[in-house]
Ligand binder design. Sequence first.
Ligand SMILES: [Zn+2]
Length: 237
Amino acid sequence: VSSADADRPLSADAARLSREWLDVTLGIAADSVAWAGLRTPDLTFDARIVAGAAVNVGRLDCSLHTGTHADAPFHVSDQGATVDQLDPNLYLGAALVVRVAETGAIGRDAIRIALDAARVSAGAGSGGELPLARLLIATGSPYDGRSFPSAAPFLEAAAVAWLLELGVRLFGIDGPSVDPLDSKTLEAHHRIFEAGGGVLENLGLSDVSPGAYELIAAPIKLAGADAAPVRALLRRV
Ligand SMILES: [Zn+2]
């Protein structure tokens, strides 16, 4: 905090709001689209109060890739861990939000520039420490969760390799995939999972400034599953 900032009075409201958890989750709704061609979610009820039951009891039938979710290694490999076997610590703790303008391939140069900008807004000087273990990337073309795009921003495999070397383990993006939508090799997914990392997709980062945050985004513990919805929350540090 610079002395100029310290001199400026901060209202109690502003101080409280700046420490509040931001909801960066794309929710699951009747019109959510997980992927082109997949059925939309179906929330039905096994019991209804209006029908004479003591309680309302819901049932959800939907793709596990609907809304904000974590992919497990089993998503891209039959030998991979299922979502219930993942370490929740990967999805909890210090995180860095960066913003790139890209609407297609996101390469190393774009991320390097975004990291420099995040370093400034996080108040870390050049050479300052950034919380790189969890990197959430806001792109120039965020998915709204409903109108499935024909193409979306994705991480180049070389950029993923470089970020893994820098210590990134959780890769978050505001689109449906860290790989191109038409990819059959899913190179970014494979590289991340082979390094013991994790993937968060469909984050809602449109209103989030670049910088350092705390993240809560543990996937629900679905036995044997390839992915699971998360409630993703960020708080400024
Ligand atoms: Zn997914």
